[in-house]
Write a protein that binds this ligand. Structure first.
Ligand SMILES: Cc1cc2nc3c(=O)[nH]c(=O)nc-3n(C[C@H](O)[C@H](O)[C@H](O)COP(=O)(O)O)c2cc1C
Length: 392
């Protein structure tokens, strides 16, 4: 990890790789393989595929997953892209019956380097999508929720957005693609450039950071959500053909999403259905392309869920707004899964011209994120960000 924040680029920044030292590489031991396997099954890649179970504005993971032992003395990073677990304490992650504490740590810079300040919004929405899925791993328990002891705070780099315990489900899974990488404790959270460090200075610091506890999914039908996860994907292009499942997908998705945000203790964002069979206030067809910031692959969607928040008083992003943006991602993931379960095409849409959508919302609400629903064109490739028509 590069922790210094130079104001001028140094020659050593160019000539040194900056990778952490690797002291050893091994297979994941049983209990760690179990927990990592569970995390991969909800937010990782599908086996033999580059497709992930969670959507993302910028395709990557603008967050990091950490595991901790109960006493927080030992920490490990679960790198879902590289498929390795980095730790300085491999022996502390050998065997346990209890599972591990899991932390979701935001990395806004990974979105902001592509999208500028709006990337901060996207990293929270992306993280909300992941929170929904991680909560599916929680088990009903009377244990008090886990918290980070003050002594561990300085050893965790970045803002912890979520925390929960992931318990073992089965005995000794082997995860052949994954490796345990032994490294130095202070270099475990790799990949942070000096620019990422600098960007932290503009991110609002809370005096009382309270991560969302994702220990359990409450009364949700976890089996139905996990089944839908197997087929969740973003529609690349919509075609003009009415889909009979849209209303049910919206109703189910909003019901699942609201149940989950209540369980997670998050506030409810504004949600307005625009277009679709039951809604009277569609965007005029002539304005739709502009409202979608020129994304022509989305214009034949039949309904749009518009997520919004009140304009609010504060000039900056505060804890309340952070919670609302996470909640938007949580409900967004629920809608993705409900749509997948019904075969309805769906995609999250962050590239919008808000003024068109604001006009369809209750007074004072500001549109931030959409879910487009409709009939997906079969076998169409999602336009890459570099392609004509790719999302901005
Ligand atoms: C916050 C957010 C914003 C997104 N914005 C857009 C968008 O503006 N246009 C679009 O076509 N897709 C958008 N997507 C969908 C992503 O492009 C999609 O998740 C990504 O390409 C990965 O594909 P997959 O969801 O099929 O795994 C967005 C997703 C998220 C979570």
């Amino acid at each position: 990890m590069t922790t210094n924040s130079p104001t001028r680029l140094r020659w050593t920044d160019l000539v040194q790789l900056g990778s952490p030292p690797i002291h050893g590489i091994a297979e994941l031991p049983g209990s760690l393989a179990d927990v990592v396997g569970l995390i991969e099954s909800v937010i990782g890649r599908r086996s033999h595929s580059s497709r992930r179970r969670v959507p993302s504005a910028g395709l990557g993971y603008p967050y990091e997953i950490l595991l901790a032992t109960d006493d927080f003395d030992a920490l490990a990073v679960v790198d879902l892209a590289q498929r390795n677990v980095r730790t300085a304490d491999p022996d502390r992650f050998r065997d346990t019956d209890e599972g591990y504490v899991c932390l979701l740590v935001g990395r806004p810079w990974l979105s902001m380097r592509k999208y500028g300040p709006r990337g901060y919004l996207y990293h929270l929405i992306d993280s909300g999508h992941a929170l929904f899925d991680l909560a599916l791993l929680g088990s009903q328990t009377d244990d008090p929720p886990v918290t980070i002891p003050p002594s561990a705070r300085d050893r965790i780099h970045g803002k912890v957005l979520g925390i929960g315990r992931i318990r073992l489900r089965q005995s000794a899974t082997s995860l052949p693609c994954w490796r345990l990488v032994v490294t130095d404790a202070h270099q475990m959270q790799v990949g942070r450039t000096a620019f990422e460090e600098l960007a932290l200075n503009i991110v609002p610091q809370s005096s009382t950071p309270v991560p969302v506890v994702f220990d359990t999914s409450g009364s949700l039908d976890v089996r139905a959500c996990l089944d839908a996860l197997q087929v969740r994907t973003s529609a690349s292009t919509f075609i003009r053909a009415p889909h009979p499942g849209i209303s049910t997908a919206i109703d189910d998705g909003l019901a699942w999403g609201r149940a989950m945000i209540a369980q997670l203790g998050l506030p409810e964002p504004g949600v307005t259905v625009v277009g679709g069979p039951d809604c009277a206030t569609p965007i005029p067809q002539g304005d739709l392309l502009a409202a979608l910031a020129g994304q022509y692959h989305l214009v034949d969607a039949q309904a749009f869920l518009v997520f919004s928040v009140g304009a609010g008083e504060a000039d900056h992003i505060d804890d309340g707004r952070q919670a609302l943006l996470l909640a938007i991602g949580v409900v967004g993931q629920a809608v993705y899964l409900a749509a997948a379960a019904k075969g309805v095409g769906v995609t999250g849409v962050g590239g919008i011209s808000p003024e068109f959508w604001n006009a369809a919302l209750p007074q004072g609400q500001h549109a931030l994120y959409l879910m487009a629903l409709g009939t997906a064109a079969p076998h169409a490739d999602k336009p890459d960000a570099l392609m004509q028509g790719g999302h901005p």
